[in-house]
Design a protein around this ligand. Structure first.
Ligand SMILES: CC(=O)CC(=O)SCCNC(=O)CCNC(=O)[C@H](O)C(C)(C)COP(=O)(O)OP(=O)(O)OC[C@H]1O[C@@H](n2cnc3c(N)ncnc32)[C@H](O)[C@@H]1OP(=O)(O)O
Ligand SMILES: NC(=O)C1=CN([C@@H]2O[C@H](COP(=O)(O)OP(=O)(O)OC[C@H]3O[C@@H](n4cnc5c(N)ncnc54)[C@H](OP(=O)(O)O)[C@@H]3O)[C@@H](O)[C@H]2O)C=CC1
Length: 291
């Protein structure tokens, strides 16, 4: 089946980036969220990021305008029923994702491929709650989507070959590179990356360093483009904690214990850049460390 119409659920930082790259690659995109503010915010973020690509000469103004013209939005989940491919990119909470799939499935065409951009949650378990586990995959983009080259493709236990091949062809058309991961908690990138971030929070919690010294050490000492605490703020501390909890529960190993300081920041609602405060405070001109 040819994929033309792509439905994206969740217009947060990942949903808007995914809509951006699909529209630029010529797909028709329908973006949905529970909040009109999130849909409006996504459109302005996509416009700003496309403008930046125009000003850097990566794309021309015609491509920007065409991409914007291919993105529609709706508050009604059933409107995604005509999609050939659906990518769920709502909050990293299994109950939220399950409820979305349960509400959506009755409206879908039988041939629609369902995917989740989850960072960590079992694809097999999400798939089992739908009417089409064989047409269900993990389709995991990296943040920021327009910049990062990788897409992790994760098969659930029941995913069939044509579904995997169709998703792989989409990744190629987006001009990105796929890597295949088995369906175990947090797959490959986050199995390695998020425990490193959690360890950086432990280093902060135990007073080994402060926010600035930990980030500087990893930027200049290990050539990471962002320090681990800056990256945690960029990903979202709620998402980092959710991933650690999936690793801890799913692998039953104390080495994945979420740092109590990470839990405290999330409980405070200090979720990083998206709430303007996390390990750094973003409310002024320059980010200021909070510890
Ligand atoms: C949690 C999960 O499930 C999985 C994950 O995603 S984990 C997170 C993975 N991501 C990372 O690790 C990101 C680490 N950080 C980086 O790679 C870099 O800091 C960064 C690419 C984000 C920014 O790089 P930088 O050099 O500081 O910034 P900058 O020079 O402004 O941008 C570099 C390029 O990206 C582009 N860019 C940056 N952010 C962008 C965005 N949101 N949209 C579009 N383009 C963007 C810029 O236009 C620029 O493009 P050109 O090279 O064509 O000029
Ligand atoms: N952040 C990252 O670096 C990465 C995240 N991911 C994954 O992508 C997904 C989204 O993450 P991210 O974009 O960062 O999160 P955000 O918090 O930025 O966005 C999530 C969006 O989903 C919306 N939402 C919540 N419930 C529903 C629902 N029932 N129907 C539709 N929309 C809903 C939220 O609305 P509201 O704000 O009103 O609750 C919000 O707009 C998660 O699964 C995450 O693990 C994957 C790769 C990288």
């Amino acid at each position: 089946m040819e994929i033309r119409q792509v439905g994206i659920i969740g217009a947060g930082q990942m949903g808007n980036g995914i809509a951006h790259v699909f529209a630029l690659a010529g797909y028709d995109v329908l973006l949905t969220d529970i909040s009109q503010d999130a849909l409006d915010g996504a459109r302005s973020t996509i416009t700003r990021n496309l403008d930046r690509q125009v000003s850097r000469g990566t794309i021309d103004a015609g491509a920007r305008d065409a991409a914007l013209g291919r993105i529609a939005s709706t508050l009604k989940l059933p409107d995604l029923g005509a999609s050939d491919l659906v990518i769920e990119a709502a909050t990293e909470r299994e109950t939220v994702k399950q409820a979305i799939f349960e509400d959506l499935v009755p409206h879908l065409k039988p041939e629609t491929i369902l995917t989740s951009n989850t960072s960590s949650i079992s694809i097999t378990r999400l798939a089992a709650r739908t009417d089409r586990p064989e047409k269900f995959m993990g389709f995991h983009f990296m943040n920021p989507v327009p910049v990062m080259q990788l897409v992790e493709l994760i098969r659930g236990i029941a995913t069939d070959g044509p579904t995997f091949d169709a998703c792989l062809a989409v990744v190629e058309r987006l001009g990105k590179t796929a890597s295949t991961a088995e369906d175990f908690p947090a797959f490959i990138v986050n199995r390695i990356l998020i425990p490193m971030i959690n360890e950086a929070v432990y280093a902060l919690y135990e007073g080994v360093g402060n926010v600035r010294s930990i980030d500087t050490s990893m930027k200049l000492g290990a050539n990471h483009p962002m320090g681990p605490l800056e990256l945690a703020d960029f990903i979202g501390l709620d998402t980092c904690l959710a991933i650690m909890n999936v690793l801890h529960d799913g692998l039953a190993d104390t080495k994945y214990r979420p740092c109590p300081l990470l839990v405290k920041y999330v409980e405070a609602g200090w979720l990083g850049r998206k709430t303007k405060r996390g390990f750094y405070d973003y409310r002024g001109d320059e980010p200021v460390p909070t510890r």
